[in-house]
Design a protein around this ligand. Structure first.
Ligand SMILES: C[S@@+](CC[C@H](N)C(=O)[O-])C[C@H]1O[C@@H](n2cnc3c(N)ncnc32)[C@H](O)[C@@H]1O
Length: 244
């Protein structure tokens, strides 16, 4: 399934996330959940990076995750956090609220259909989205491998990530190929794995139109990205509630 995190991509997910200095969503998630009763589903709960601390803080959140490998990590580190295995698209259920942090929603095909389905499943929704400005502006080269990030592992070993992307701006589609390399302290490659992810992205007006058509009203919008002073929002979190 598109976007199921396996192998090195899964194992190194949290380390790369940290290395990227991506915005920490835990405070926003807490704000969204604070003082509310009822059931909450976390779609794409991964290694438990955010789910674990939420459960530890006393929030009643149930994880749903498609990758068995991610679930194993989550259960090992946060045994008290419940996680169901499966793809959200096949998951039936109704909840008071659903949370989808960290761009997972953008891995789903046909976003409008999915927003409608989310509206059928819940009264409130938390979703974080990114806008691929570096790709769109040409800052990152298209159809060419480029160095993305590296992480330091134990004993001088290194995890390297190279990326290559294709963009279809009019269709709001970004395909990213990732090449993960596990190297020892001499720089020899011990393991190499490639993955591909198809992501959807939206203009502000496109997103707002889609939310309106699918019965969602924006309660709060937080710009989580770096501030380049150009008015473009790179990462945004939305708190949504059913409009009817
Ligand atoms: C970008 S990672 C984010 C993980 C976690 N939310 C975090 O912030 O640490 C996306 C996660 O969603 C999972 N995923 C992708 N598609 C899914 C689907 N259709 N249903 C359930 N989980 C999915 C992936 O396996 C991966 O663990």
């Amino acid at each position: 399934m598109n976007g199921s995190y396996e192998g090195l991509e899964g194992e190194w997910h949290d380390l790369f996330w940290e290395a990227e200095e991506a915005p920490d969503e835990i405070c926003l998630l807490r704000e969204f959940l604070e003082g509310k009763e009822g059931e909450c589903l976390y779609v794409g709960s991964g290694s438990g990076r955010l789910l674990g601390p939420l459960v530890e803080a006393g929030f009643e959140v149930l994880g749903l995750e498609v990758s068995g490998e991610m679930i194993s990590m989550s259960r090992e580190r946060w045994p008290e956090a419940k996680v169901i295995e499966g793809a959200w698209q096949q998951h039936e259920g109704s909840y008071d609220r659903i949370i989808i942090p960290a761009f997972t929603f953008q891995l789903f095909e046909d976003p409008e259909k999915q927003l409608k389905r989310l509206r059928e499943q819940a009264e409130e929704l938390y979703v974080t989205l990114f806008f691929p400005w570096a790709e769109l502006s040409g800052e990152l080269p298209e159809n060419e491998w480029y160095f993305d990030r590296a992480i330091e592992l134990e004993d001088g070993e290194v995890g390297e990530l190279e990326t290559r992307h294709r963009l279809k701006e009019s269709a709001g589609s970004l395909v990213r190929r990732h090449r993960y390399r596990y190297k020892n302290d001499k720089g020899e490659v011990l393991k190499e794995e490639e993955t591909e992810q198809k992501l959807r992205f939206f203009t502000d007006a496109g997103l707002k139109g889609m939310l309106k058509r699918t019965g969602w009203e924006v309660v709060k919008e937080v710009d989580l990205g770096e501030n380049y002073g150009d008015g473009v929002v790179y990462v945004a979190t939305l708190f949504l509630k059913g409009a009817y």
